[in-house]
Design a binder for this molecule. Structure first.
Ligand code: EPZ
Length: 418
């Protein structure tokens, strides 16, 4: 079992190149199933979840080719199965994103129910509601969603709550449905826009992506295309917080500042000086201690839930008290127990964590519980006295490409150990 060892106390300096967004590339790879021809995807991050998705597409029969630069070629012309097996879906919930494409392109799909995960039960009722609205017959038994439809018909779908995955699944299905589909209360995350950009390149007729109302005019077929994945705003935010916590100065290159407004505002509130160009963000903390910040997670363009754990690490050593409210997932404070082991002062009351900044954290062995929790433990280790050893870092490899290589290039004392 691999672990990561962090030696605290070194401010970060230098440039870090941001990779393609995990939460954009996963639905985009699944969108390859919709086409009659080859989809080429570039700027793909080398992540475990990407490899899992490619395995799933391969299981369905699609031809998968990966070149030395990790550009992906998906050839859907050999797809022969419409079943997403449990052993793959249980390791990655995003596997459910093959449901819409298989249903729309082949009229049939069987996808194992994903089950919960560490941060919450994460039901998929909104995905099912959307497919039924488009005319699919759906049954759920023996742990499988079984869906079929001669041809999906456009409809108005009003989501009960904002769901990134459900918006993506129904958006993909609607591209080949007959007639017009309107998605109301749709997610507005930048990853939805990136998926829509790719689908339009394939011939889809989509308007309103990035707003709460997306309108899709169904087309007969989608052709192949080439798409470069949008930079990962959560990876970007994670490195910016690392620089803010260590009092350093870094530049995130190949980034997209306009996808991070809420995060940049909060970092400025914490005392960081931030300058942006079209594709880079420079954060300068000038050796200062961050001020504590209050935040409440919300769907985009609000403060992203995927940055909550990282900001909690910053509040642990900030000047003052930060009140943090998690409104998206019911159990996304798993990192609190581990941060307490490092000497943090955090009190949790329901969906609210009250974090009183301490002068110093002290390094200790800790355990990662989910993807972003593992990132927050690394950030805490960067400022803790002595050594912090993080276990169960397979969580980390799902969402961060070579994070320890990127951090050590910025001056962090960090390495992977067996
Ligand atoms: C996506 O998950 C992201 N994952 C998550 O990132 C991210 O935290 C989340 O969106 C919110 O931004 C990918 O894109 C692969 P949701 P998703 O559907 O689509 C409830 C990371 O760290 N809900 O927007 O699964 C759900 O339980 C990961 O990169 C239903 O009740 O999230 C949650 O409380 C973690 N029924 C809320 O909605 C449904 O049918 C938002 O979930 C669907 C969702």
């Amino acid at each position: 079992m691999q672990k990561i060892l962090v030696q605290g106390g070194k401010p970060l300096h230098g440039d870090v190149r941001i990779s393609g967004a995990k939460n954009a590339v996963l639905p985009i790879l699944c969108a390859g199933l919709l086409a009659d021809d080859v989809l080429r995807v570039s700027n793909v991050p080398r992540l475990h979840d990407v490899k899992t998705t490619l395995r799933l597409l391969g299981e369905l029969g699609a031809g998968i080719a990966i070149d030395d630069a990790f550009n992906i070629r998906i050839d859907p012309r050999t797809v022969h199965s419409h079943v997403a097996p449990y052993e793959l879906v249980k390791t990655m919930r995003a596997s459910v994103l093959v449901l819409g494409p298989l249903l729309a392109r082949y009229g049939a799909a069987e996808v194992s129910l994903p089950g919960g995960c560490a941060i919450g039960s994460r039901p998929i009722d909104q995905h099912i509601k959307g497919m039924q609205a488009l005319g699919a017959d759906i049954s759920v038994d023996h742990g499988f969603i079984k869906a079929s439809a001669k041809r999906l018909r456009g409809a108005r779908v009003v989501f009960d709550m904002v769901s990134v995955g459900a918006t993506e699944n129904v958006l993909m299905a609607a591209t080949l449905a007959e007639g017009r589909t309107v998605l109301e209360n749709a997610a507005m995350e930048p990853e939805i826009i990136d998926l829509a950009v790719c689908l339009r390149a394939m011939g889809a007729n989509i308007e309103g992506d990035g707003t709460g109302r997306i309108v899709v005019e169904g087309v007969e077929r989608l052709h192949g295309a080439e798409h470069s994945v949008v930079p990962d705003r959560i990876e970007t935010g994670t490195f910016l917080v690392a620089a803010a916590m260590t009092g350093g100065r870094i530049t995130a290159t190949h980034a997209r500042p306009e996808t991070l407004d809420a995060v940049i505002d909060k970092l400025k509130e914490a005392g960081a000086v931030i300058d942006c160009t079209d594709d880079s963000i420079t954060l300068d903390m000038g050796g200062r201690r961050p001020h504590a910040v209050n935040l409440s997670t919300a769907p985009h363009p609000g403060f992203p839930t995927d940055m909550q754990a990282q900001f909690m690490a910053m509040n642990c050593i900030a000047d003052g008290v930060g009140v943090m409210i998690e409104t998206i997932f019911e159990n996304r404070f798993m990192h609190v127990q581990e941060l307490l082991r490092l000497g943090a002062d955090i009190r949790v009351e329901g969906h609210t964590a009250i974090v009183r900044g301490v002068d110093k954290l002290s390094g200790a062995p800790v355990m990662a519980t989910d993807l972003r929790a593992s990132a927050s433990l690394i950030l805490a280790g960067l400022v803790a006295d002595g050594e912090t050893v993080i276990d169960r870092i397979y969580h980390l490899d799902r969402g961060y490409e070579n994070i320890e290589a990127k951090l050590s290039a910025l001056g962090a004392g960090i390495r992977r150990i067996d």
